[in-house]
Design a protein around this ligand. Sequence first.
Ligand SMILES: NC(=O)c1ccc[n+]([C@@H]2O[C@H](COP(=O)([O-])OP(=O)(O)OC[C@H]3O[C@@H](n4cnc5c(N)ncnc54)[C@H](OP(=O)(O)O)[C@@H]3O)[C@@H](O)[C@H]2O)c1
Length: 343
Amino acid sequence: MLCFQVEGAFGLENLRERELPEPVPGPGQVLVQVRAASLNFRDLLMVRGHYDPRLPLPLIPLSDGVGRVVALGPGVEGYDIGERVCPTFSPTWIAGAPGPSALRLTRGGLVSGMLAELVVVDQHALVRPPPYLDDFQAATLPCAALTAWSALVTHGNVKAGDTVLTLGSGGVSIFAIQLARLLGARVVATTSGQEKAKRLRRLGADHVILYTRDQQWGRTVRDWSDGGVDLVVEVGGAGTLAQSLKAVAPGGTVAMIGVLSGVSRPINLLPVLMNQVRVQGVFVGHRQAFRDMCRALDHHRLIPVIDRIFPLNNAPEAFRYMASGAHIGKICIDMGKQSTPEI
Ligand SMILES: NC(=O)c1ccc[n+]([C@@H]2O[C@H](COP(=O)([O-])OP(=O)(O)OC[C@H]3O[C@@H](n4cnc5c(N)ncnc54)[C@H](OP(=O)(O)O)[C@@H]3O)[C@@H](O)[C@H]2O)c1
């Protein structure tokens, strides 16, 4: 089978195309022929060695993808040949709080990733994506969509009439805008430029602020939302948290998801305690939440936003495109075997 793997040392220049022996599913495992995959910022960090430089090489990256079951190992129950499935981000995390293995054993890290024609997956680490989505759209769900869902639904308890703040126009944030609208919330979004701002408005943001022109965007958000937002989908990290704490309403929640602008910086904690702000870490999500999300997507026919699709043999270019930050929503990989939606 063809795959791309990081070999020898971390770095995009060491992401090499290889022909490897076909993997064989063991007891309780299925063999999945990958149809489409998608990139997350975490995959770029992973390939560069910035996520965890102690991870063993070679490493096949990408957590997100979709494929068809092409072989069953002994003892597999509940899956048939030909079924369309998405492997989960944390194969051992079924529901509840994440245990140590859920955090450690993740796909595209210690667990072999989706940038390969074939992957072996435990039968408990699979979710059937909604049939109305094509393969590229379905490939965006396991990390990006589920993280936004966990922030808004599992932890954020967002309800109709709430106000949600999203940061930037990447994969997680675009899903957060779409899901917030689906839940009946108002959305205020930040972004870097006018063109992206126009897209965000078209995608459902009620108000967009250019953080490149308004350094005090936290106060602007608070004023616009009449006292602060109920939930911040915080993907910026150390460089944006101070403004996010200005934007959130008393009693509101900051869902800490990403570190696009760094992981550590001094922070004034007074607004957190004076305003009784809940700072909630989010780590993707479990299989139960993934299934719940698929049911909601199916009901509302939410269409994931795909920016560009790269062929498998051009996978390194997809990583470079992500690094440029020019994208809106998701970047996908075409494994050359897509099918059309089933309905
Ligand atoms: N905790 C979790 O479970 C989890 C899950 C998924 C992702 N994440 C993290 O969440 C973050 C976003 O991931 P993603 O895959 O959605 O990324 P992505 O698709 O690459 O999106 C990045 C976008 O964020 C904006 N941005 C970049 N640098 C920024 C900065 N310094 N301040 C504010 N905005 C900035 C840019 O949009 P504009 O030009 O519009 O500003 C950029 O296009 C990453 O840090 C990722 O590691 C965490």
